[in-house]
Design a protein. Structure first.
Length: 166
């Protein structure tokens, strides 16, 4: 289907957004810029950027949730630590695959907010109120697979008294 003018493309957007995308890509590849539905194209690009930013924020929040559970929910540690550790690895891999300089800067600027959301979740999930008020981790630590891999060992040492509890 070849859409010949902007009005028809705008109508298509309202009816079938996937077909609209296909037509828009075709017009871009053919450099037929005058036929583009710029209004909806701009909206879609803004939404795409927002969705990607939300995804990396969500992945970081998941990492923080699981790190907090791993470090502080001692009653569930033996039963769940492998699951929590595997989740951390998975979320970290996904986040690192999506990471860009701009996303890193965004996450660094919003780490306090993201931590507070994660803390609120684990507090509700565990019923505990022992999680630090302020984020005890740096973004660099939360993205460092080696640091995250050592976390269960450190947590175990805390739980059996080899290291002082935080």
């Amino acid at each position: 289907m070849v859409v010949k003018n902007v009005d028809k493309l705008k109508e298509l957007y309202e009816i079938d957004d996937y077909l609209w995308i296909e037509e828009t890509v075709k017009l871009l590849k053919e450099r037929r810029l005058e036929e583009l539905d710029l209004e909806n194209l701009i909206e879609e690009l803004e939404d795409l950027g927002s969705d990607k930013r939300h995804k990396v924020e969500s992945l970081l929040e998941q990492i923080i949730r699981h790190v907090l559970l791993l470090e502080y929910w001692q009653e569930e540690y033996d039963r769940n630590y492998r699951h929590w550790q595997a989740e951390i690895v998975d979320f970290c891999n996904q986040l690192n695959d999506r990471m860009t300089t701009n996303f890193y800067q965004y996450l660094e600027e919003n780490l306090v907010k993201i931590y507070q959301k994660a803390r609120k979740y684990v507090k509700a999930k565990s019923g505990l109120d022992t999680f630090p008020q302020d984020c005890p981790y740096t973004l660099q630590q939360l993205l460092d697979e080696d640091w995250l891999r050592e976390l269960p060992t450190l947590t175990y040492r805390y739980s059996v008294g080899f290291l002082p509890n935080r």
